[in-house]
Design a protein. Sequence first.
Length: 233
Amino acid sequence: MLMVMPVIGSRIVNARVRVVLAMMISLLVVPLLPPMPTAQLLSFTALGFIVQEALVGVIIGFTFQVVFQMFVLSGQYMAMKMGLGFASMNDPTNGVQTTVLSQFFLMLVTLMFVAVNGHLILVALVVESFQSLPPGRFMLDPEVFIKVASLGSWLFAAALVLALPVLTSLLFVNMAFGVMSRAAPQLNIFAIGFPFTLMCGLLLIWLGLENFDEIFNETIAFGFSAVSDFLNL
């Protein structure tokens, strides 16, 4: 989970830090665990136990990775419509090229997630999963993997809903400039339209930040409820 989850699983955090965190969490959690099944270490049974436990951690971390990428994709939609598609920069957390607006939303969500102790809640969910899914006494339902894959459709739909006010408003702005270009062909629409569209987009995003905390709360609550559903909590 520490390898896949947001914040701690990013490239900014050194791999040694993740290993130390995993060891410390394991030492603290061991006294709270139910009795472990007995199995030879070098056997297919033990390998099956290890793979299932690793998959539980991957499911938890990947679910919240999708939640964070929803804000990144929404920023991508807005940036492309505003004409900021060329303003790309390297994302240090994932090592890919993203727009500046996506980076802004990602940093904002990351800071809010850490501020509400979301990373600690994920660790608590892992500890609780040992009670709902005792090691060696459960089999991951294939339906769980189907639900995790279906998060992809939620990702695109939620990102579009978040970006829809800005996209709709800028659509009317572009339609107005289209009418102006037909009425006055000698007017240089590209020289006027680009900065005006950019300023309108930034103004709309600034106004939308007033309700950003509510959107963040609903999205993070959806992520926690999805993880709880996957782990039978």
